[in-house]
Design a protein around this ligand. Structure first.
Ligand SMILES: [Zn+2]
Length: 175
């Protein structure tokens, strides 16, 4: 593990930072440990035990930096889980497993009706739900969202994949 999840004083995830920055924050007493899990960095003079999650001591007001909207990032934000029925890619459901590649990005207000490609108007959907929804709004067809789609706060490109269990606790707070 080479990076650290940095939390605000409020425990909201802020960003994924490289080890060097983590050590620098620790040396300057700006952060507290926020996970049991840690790793060791060998320096010239001494060793640093760096927790995989750090929390800032002082709350910082961060302007929401817009993370770039892409289809891939929407699927990552939603963890390849259908926002309508809750089926997740790769998990057996009624004897069937849907592969990640078959999940699509659904526009809640369809594009044909003026819906934009924004974080708030797009969710991950399984092929069945996507087909059923078609060019309707969820309301029209009696479908409902399991969560409110939001702008992700953490760089999912960095945070996705093989992340420490300790990160997940905090990243779950996003949904
Ligand atoms: Zn579905």
């Amino acid at each position: 593990m080479t990076s650290v999840l940095l939390l605000n004083a409020s425990y909201e995830p802020l960003s994924v930072i490289p080890q060097r920055r983590a050590v620098s924050l620790m040396i300057r007493d700006r952060v507290d440990r926020a996970s049991e899990e840690s790793f060791v960095i060998k320096g010239i003079a001494n060793e640093f035990c760096v927790p995989v999650v750090l929390r800032l001591r002082r709350y910082i007001n961060v302007p929401r930096r817009g993370m770039r909207w892409t289809r891939q990032n929407v699927l990552r934000r939603d963890e390849y889980c259908c926002a309508y029925c809750g089926i997740q890619a790769g998990v057996r459901h009624h004897g069937k497993v849907i592969a990640a590649k078959d999940f699509t990005v659904d526009h809640i207000i369809p594009r044909s009706r003026g819906g934009k490609s924004t974080w708030g108007n797009t969710v991950c959907a399984c092929p069945q739900c996507n087909q059923r929804k078609g060019n309707h709004t969820p309301h029209e067809i009696g479908m409902s969202l399991r969560w409110e789609p939001k702008i992700p706060r953490v760089d999912y490109l960095v945070a996705s994949g093989n992340m420490p269990a300790a990160w997940k606790v905090y990243l779950r707070l996003i949904h």
